[in-house]
Ligand binder design. Structure first.
Ligand code: NAP
Length: 515
């Protein structure tokens, strides 16, 4: 019998021994910076002439790793190898496949701080944010392994006289896994391991800003004994090889997490059958968010203000679940705005190798320029109360920014900024607040602070988001506890880390035998 699933605990960095262990991990990673990473197809390491540099966003001069880049010919090779390997991997019993995940989770747990330190260097995550990312990666493996163990058991069907009937969940085939850079370990690991434990083979195209952490994960799969060709590592630009992977007739499914625009493009390309293709491709797409915290007039205002700050500025707002809209009842609007401004001004921004900084940089120059542009737009659309400027120029630092008195239809209220910017708008009453909460094309997370039971029940029924929270922040979903996925343009609502997720990577087969 498997042990019950429990979330990996977060590290308490107030304890000197944990602080020291993390510092040692950072030193180890520091000594390994600038190394080269290859493609891995069918276990074969492949170097290419074309390389891409992964840069530390806290320190633009620092090269984290140099990574070979796939072209279409190598994408073809990866798909062919994955298709061939599928023929043997699909026959491995589910409970056996899940053992690889238990093993991989155990290895990652032993190397936990090292993985988090890579996240600090490559993605600019503060110590606690990096620690949470690694913990979530471990959780995904432990959780999906248990889900596979369950899925592999005989399923209850109505019995009829004279027949034996069974339902099996069989794998789909070759999956293209395309993760984002913002949870470069957790989401990448979750998407990859769910697909493989369900019996599929994978072509993993990591995000171009964070390929080194994915290469490190490939080491773990190797150590855990996952057979060659089950996961094929294919770093390369989405623009250069994305369409080829998605359109390929041997691609059976695409598991994507990223922006709305790229997700919609994949959806369109995947829908069109190609010569030799025998199936309708399945797409699991988790996309952007424009998430709100609603503050009612009778709630704990201090808790609401803390939650807004936490959800808006943790990891510099680069979470799909981040609060970028605060919708506050007019009776308490001034109080909440002023407290959030005060708390925001206390936040520190800098190179996150130093644990004293609350948050680090944004991930790269493209994100930096885009967020600064939105800040300029915000200055036209609202009243700037905090931040609104760059931090030290050694990295891509932007100060946590608060805008007040923004119209609900304004651009900074509607478009995903994906940076440390929160906009406030005033609601006449609770119904008006809910109406504003639902007025974007997204529907990922949302949170309501209220002590009014009728209002909470109304929000439960009408606030149209995949993950709704009451009287708490809207970030920090835990595997197994808060199955995660969004409505509308936020995606296909896959509910990662939930009991139905693995089914997305299988198809059910019913077998009836006359007795
Ligand atoms: P992105 O630009 O859409 O990129 C995501 C992935 O898609 C990357 O691996 C990227 O590769 C790849 N890609 C780019 N163009 C492609 C194409 N034409 N075909 C196939 N793949 C392509 O998103 P991002 O900036 O990495 O991540 C931030 C976004 O992800 C935000 O919108 C955020 O809300 C969303 N997100 C959503 C969730 C969720 O659960 N809903 C979770 C996390 C993040 P390259 O890096 O090589 O361009």
């Amino acid at each position: 019998m498997q042990l019950e699933f429990k979330n990996e605990p977060f590290t308490n960095f107030r304890l000197p021994e944990n602080k020291q262990a993390y510092q040692e991990a950072l030193n180890k990673v520091e000594s390994e910076l600038g190394r080269e990473y290859d493609l891995i197809i069918g276990g074969e390491h492949i170097k290419t002439d074309k390389k891409s540099k992964s840069i530390n966003p806290s320190n633009k001069e620092q090269v984290v790793g140099i990574v070979s880049q796939a072209d279409e010919a190598l994408a073809e090779k990866a798909i062919q190898v994955a298709a061939k390997t599928f023929e043997s991997w699909k026959a491995v019993p589910g409970v056996e496949r899940s053992r690889y995940l238990y093993k991989a989770a155990a290895i990652m747990r032993r190397r936990k701080h090292e993985f988090s330190a890579w996240l600090t260097k490559e993605a600019g995550k503060s110590w606690p944010e990096a620690d949470a990312d690694t913990a979530e990666a471990i959780d995904f493996m432990e959780y999906y392994a248990r889900q596979m163990d369950k899925l592999d058991q005989r399923h209850e069907l109505t019995r009829i006289e004279g027949e034996d009937n069974e339902l099996y969940y069989v794998p789909l085939g070759v999956g293209i896994v395309i993760p984002p850079w913002n949870f470069p370990l957790a989401i990448m690991v979750g998407m990859t391991t769910a697909a493989l434990v369900a019996g599929n083979t994978v072509v993993l195209k990591p995000a171009s800003t964070t390929p080194v952490i994915a290469a490190k994960f490939m080491e773990i799969l190797k150590d855990a004994g996952v057979p060659d060709g089950v996961v094929n590592f294919l770093p390369g630009s989405g623009g250069a090889i994305g369409d080829y992977l998605v359109e390929h007739p041997l691609t059976r499914f695409i598991s994507f997490t990223g922006s709305r625009d790229v997700g919609l493009r994949i959806n369109e390309l995947a829908a069109k059958p190609r010569k030799g293709q025998k199936w309708i491709k399945r797409l699991v797409a988790e996309m952007g968010g424009k998430d709100s915290i609603i503050v009612d007039n009778d709630c704990d205002l201090e808790a609401a203000a803390q939650a807004i700050v936490n959800s808006a500025f943790g990891f510099s707002g680069q979470k799909c679940s981040a609060c970028s809209r605060a919708i506050v009842h007019q009776d308490v609007y001034d109080q909440v705005v002023s407290r959030v401004t005060e708390l925001t001004k206390q936040l520190t921004v800098g190179d996150v190798v130093n644990p004293e900084f609350y948050t680090g940089p944004v991930v790269d120059e493209k994100a930096y320029n885009k967020i600064l542009e939105y800040i300029e737009i915000g200055k036209q659309e609202g009243k700037l109360l905090a931040g609104g400027e760059k931090g030290p120029e050694t990295g891509y630092f932007i100060k946590p920014t608060v805008f007040a008195d923004v119209d609900p239809e304004a651009r900074i209220m509607q478009e995903e900024i994906f940076g440390p910017v929160v906009a406030f708008t005033k609601a006449k009453d609770f119904d008006h607040a809910l109406e504003i909460g639902n007025n974007t094309e997204y529907g990922l997370t949302g949170s309501v602070f209220s002590r009014n039971r009728a209002h909470l029940e109304k929000a439960r029924a009408e606030f149209h988001v995949g993950n709704l929270y009451f009287n708490r922040k809207c970030t920090g979903a835990l595997v197994g506890v808060h199955p995660f996925g969004g409505f509308n343009m936020s995606g296909t609502d896959s509910k990662a880390g939930g009991p139905d997720y693995l089914l997305l990577f299988t198809q059910a087969k019913a077998v009836s035998e006359l007795l």
